[in-house]
Design a protein around this ligand. Structure first.
Ligand SMILES: *Cc1c(COP(=O)(O)O)cnc(C)c1O
Length: 370
């Protein structure tokens, strides 16, 4: 925004006070700026493998469908998700990315008289959707970079209608233990809706994964959100989903646009969901890359926040913006997190072994000169 204009004054107070989401720098933009190719982007937690071959095949097979409106009910994808999770299709809400679910839940339940609880260092979309509807955000200080569930519970007031929890959290990668999280959800007043954002669920090791879907049977106010953008490699198509009680799904489906998921996203997601080999490859690549990056941090004497996701946030022990800029000059895009109250950290998405090494070499060279 340049300067407040007459039009600016017409916007609702929440929108006037909000700041737009800052995405990772696009590869093409840096290519234009530097006049070179071969940029390494480790900034948006995307899948470095490229899409699943079955997803690509499904898209190619359905290109000609583009003249038609998509199936607004997402029948086939919901059937596949319902079978995977042993739920009924009427417990599923499809979204244009799981981001849309976050927005739908805010529009469904919030008014300017109500408040929303989330953690410091939480995903930037939570304040955005809260302010867009003019509700009040209650930001609870983090505990060791993660959610302080006790303090979050304490901060709930009679006006609180929504709680957002990301598990694992982005941008810190912190993971809540199942027992603590389950206890927290059980302790919530019946007037509070809980959004459990599990965008990185597939990356959590089997022993640490919460059986959150099983909690739905007893928690009509719980909305679990998951996505095809991260482990399933379809960020560009924009498709995610919510799992909840049928009552919750009914409400969210009233608010969404009738054709919020495009037809290629629907068929690609269905194909990706069935590709267990791709998912396994993705998880293995992530584990190896996490080891590669954290080994390098150790060698450089840097601390990092232990991460359960497909990214790791490293403490540079000095303002990180100069290092971010120096990495850009070397053709490496990572993510500054100063807007998340982490001015000395950078968030690095796990890439392929080659991409990770390009980043490590660039960082090593930069740190040798500061
Ligand atoms: C990436 C991300 C999402 C989902 O993004 P979509 O592409 O809209 O599915 C949701 N929550 C968190 C915490 C994320 O990091």
């Amino acid at each position: 925004m340049n300067k407040p204009s007459a039009l600016f004054d017409l916007a609702s107070a929440g929108v006037q006070h909000s700041s737009p989401y800052i995405p990772g720098k696009p590869v093409e933009e840096l290519e234009r700026e530097l006049g070179l190719t071969g940029i390494v982007k480790l900034a948006s937690n995307e899948n470095p493998l490229g899409p699943s071959p079955s997803a690509i095949h499904a898209i190619q097979a359905h290109i000609a469908d583009l003249t038609r409106y998509p199936d607004g009910s997402g029948f086939r994808l919901k059937q596949a998700l319902a079978a995977k999770y042993h739920l009924s299709p009427n417990q599923i809400t499809l979204g244009n990315g799981s981001n849309e679910l976050l927005e739908l839940v805010a529009r469904t339940f919030l008014t300017p008289a109500l408040s929303v609880v989330f953690s410091q260092h939480a995903f930037a979309v939570y304040p955005i959707v809260t302010q867009a509807v003019g509700a009040k955000a209650i930001v609870v200080p983090a505990l060791n970079y993660g959610h302080d569930l006790e303090a979050m519970l304490q901060s709930i007031t009679p006006q609180t209608r929504l709680v957002f929890i990301a598990n694992p959290n982005n941008p810190t990668g912190t993971l809540l233990p199942q027992a603590q999280l389950q206890q927290f959800i059980k302790a919530l007043p019946p007037t509070v809706v809980c959004v459990l954002d599990e965008a990185y669920y597939e990356f959590v090791s089997a022993g640490q994964q919460c059986d959150s879907v099983a909690w739905l049977a007893e928690c009509p106010n719980l909305l679990i959100t998951r996505t095809f953008s991260k482990a399933y490699g379809l960020a560009g198509l924009r498709i995610g989903y919510g799992l909840s009680s049928a009552d919750m799904a009914d409400l969210l489906n009233r608010v969404r646009q009738p054709f919020n998921n495009n037809s290629l996203a629907l068929v690609a997601a269905e194909a990706a969901l069935a590709d267990a080999v791709y998912l396994q490859k993705t998880i293995q690549l992530n584990q190896d890359g996490m080891q590669q990056l954290t080994n390098a941090f150790k060698a450089l004497g840097l601390n990092w926040i232990p991460s359960a996701g497909n990214f790791v946030t490293v403490d540079l022990k000095r303002p990180a913006d100069a290092i971010y800029t120096a990495l850009l000059a070397k053709g490496v895009i990572v993510r500054p997190v100063a807007n998340y109250d982490l001015p000395n950290h950078l968030r690095i998405s796990i890439g392929t072994a080659v991409e990770n090494q390009v980043f490590i070499d660039a960082l090593t060279a930069i740190l040798a000169n500061v």
